[in-house]
Design a binder for this molecule. Structure first.
Ligand SMILES: [Cu+2]
Length: 166
């Protein structure tokens, strides 16, 4: 096999990384009876400056996307100096966009479903940068939420960690 084959292999082995020009989508989903609720993907790797669009694709529930930040009554689990966000309640079909500029780990949750473990984690990483450590601040955040964040290693390996019923 020549150089071309090696180049192709390198391309195929790259993790899928969302480099879209527009917003990168995260769905908010749930079962019709509200038995389970989720963000999908639950883990996401993006470059600084990426705009994320959360859309409530769950016909039976309202959801929020809310940064783990003291401004939202939660421990700081986004990078120091980064802007927190809180979508407020999104009815089925509604969406919320936010742009992440500061590199690091962003943990967020859904206000009405924190105790159901409805959380997500976004890793904002410049190309070639070493991976940051996972946030550890936990006081004031439900144990079910803390337990549900996907591992940094999985986000790095997969680019997108699927959420939802599996
Ligand atoms: Cu929710």
């Amino acid at each position: 096999m020549g150089t071309g084959g090696l180049l192709l292999a390198g391309l195929v082995l790259r993790p899928s990384l969302a480099l879209a020009e527009g917003a990168i989508d995260i769905g908010m989903g749930g079962t019709p009876n509200g038995f389970a609720v989720w963000f999908d993907p639950i883990g996401l790797l993006v470059r600084p400056g990426s705009t994320i669009r959360w859309t409530n694709a769950d016909p039976g529930n309202s959801h929020t996307t809310t940064a783990c930040h003291p401004a939202n009554g939660k421990p700081l689990r986004i990078p120091e100096g980064a802007e927190p966000w809180d979508s407020g309640y999104l009815l089925p079909g509604q969406a919320f966009e936010f742009t992440l500029t500061v590199a690091g780990v962003y943990d967020y949750f859904c206000r009405p479903h924190e105790h159901a473990g409805m959380v997500g984690r976004i890793l904002v990483l410049p190309e070639g940068a070493p991976p940051p450590a996972a946030p550890t601040a936990g006081d004031g955040l439900a144990a079910e939420a803390i337990a549900a964040f996907p591992a940094i290693d999985d986000i790095l390996r997969l680019g997108q960690v699927p959420g939802g019923l599996r």
